[in-house]
Ligand binder design. Sequence first.
Ligand code: MSP
Length: 506
Amino acid sequence: MSNTFYVTTPIYYVNDVPHIGHAYTTIAADVLARFHRQLGDEVFFLTGTDEHGNPAAQAARKRGLAPQQHVDEMVEKFKSLARRVNATNDFFIRTTDPSHGETVQRLIQQLYDKGDIYLKSYEGLYCSACEAFYAEKDLADGKCPDHGTVPELVKEENYFFRLSGYQERLVEFYDKHPDFVLPETRYNEARSFIMQGLEDISISRATLEWGIPVPWDESQVVYVWVDALLNYLSALTYARDENLLPVFWPADYHLMAKDILKFHAVIWPALLMALGFELPRHLFIHGYLLLGGQKMSKTRGNVLDPFVVMDKYGVDAFRFYCFREVTFGQDGVVSLEGFESRYNSELANDLGNLLSRVAAMIGKYRGGRVPSPPAPNSELAATTQTLGMEVGRAMAGVDLTGCLETIWQFVRALNKYVEDSAPWKLARDETKSAELSGVLYDLAEGLRISALFLYPFIPDTSSEIMRRLGCLEGPQDLLLEKAEWGVIGPGSHVLVEEPLFPKLAE
Ligand code: MSP
């Protein structure tokens, strides 16, 4: 029986156009989804949009549109971003999907019936960009620490969720599951937040019209964060004809940046406990991509447009750069200069040039057919075995950067092998013909295996490398069970074509 794997991205707000930060999480989830499909797992990869709440309603008003019309337009940009980055999401959820709304109403009614929700009048400082109340002590100079804006004093009668009642169970859960939140620093942050004491949270809004009505009191709408968090469950109930909840829940990984850690590490597990669902296995909190040292945001005007980058340099170069440049899990600076330099030195030289050379040599010395090796190369075969284990270990810990680095060391080792074995010299000496065949076989096989491991990161390039090596007949050739040495058949037809990554002018 195959394993299942359920991975999610946050559902993105549609008040603004998508930027590189959104692309980043979506690609990371795609890397994991593709890797698990290569393992033969049954995968469900979910992404989508968070369409209710104040910012979306305000953005619509500014444009003179009805909220639904605004979100219908904006969602296309997010869908096209997912397609453009080559994301293989199995579903795209919109919180305005009627089926999502029905599930939210059903679940929240369940909490109300159970006594976990009560009515209370409330006064607090509200940041509408965060869609969250702030205690005075959590503000920075009286301003929202994330948006730098002064929160407004809101007084309302709202429905509250008894979050405080879940504190002990949450701590107990955290203690039993030290890998619930990854990396460890984020786990510590979340746990210490819970230890400071939890207050009940308002889970409805009386002043908003743009949201899912509270089923027992239609004068209020469900708080946008409760509406949004429930997407991870609701999507599984209607993405297919069959209810996928029993198949894929609990989620294996919710991916996100630290801006939304608290919602996922505290409110989400408490809601799930209250509803009687199992908790997700892991939250993985990655860092921010920074441009010029700041978190990218439209308001700060420092947005790197992923569409522009991809149009100019290709999708795979962009996907590669995201995880190569910045250690996944940490903040890191991205720049066009950094991108171009990695493109030239690693994609054009290390990988693209390697394929061109190998294909050209097999063309020139062996008529374009992978030769039969006189004997298997035990050293390279052993290296690929270790490589497979290291890749598996890195992916299990969502160490996407470590994984790429390991694979890249292998790509570099293949380049060194070309230099050390100098096939062009062997070709001049007839007594070295068997040796030459061995070297060319090794290089073709080494490249095939590199392509297989690189597939989750740069899928088009990997498929292209395998196609040119004549070893991609169907999806089964991309499975990791094929990562063992000796799979490429002698006689395989190798094509000499254009460089994979044309060099950029310095
Ligand atoms: N709608 C909520 C999430 C609800 S999930 C139940 C939301 N949306 S958002 O559009 O603001 O997306 C935030 C997420 O986008 C981050 O957690 C992260 O995944 C991604 N990123 C946004 N900017 C980013 C960077 N600059 N760098 C890395 N990731 C970024 O919050």
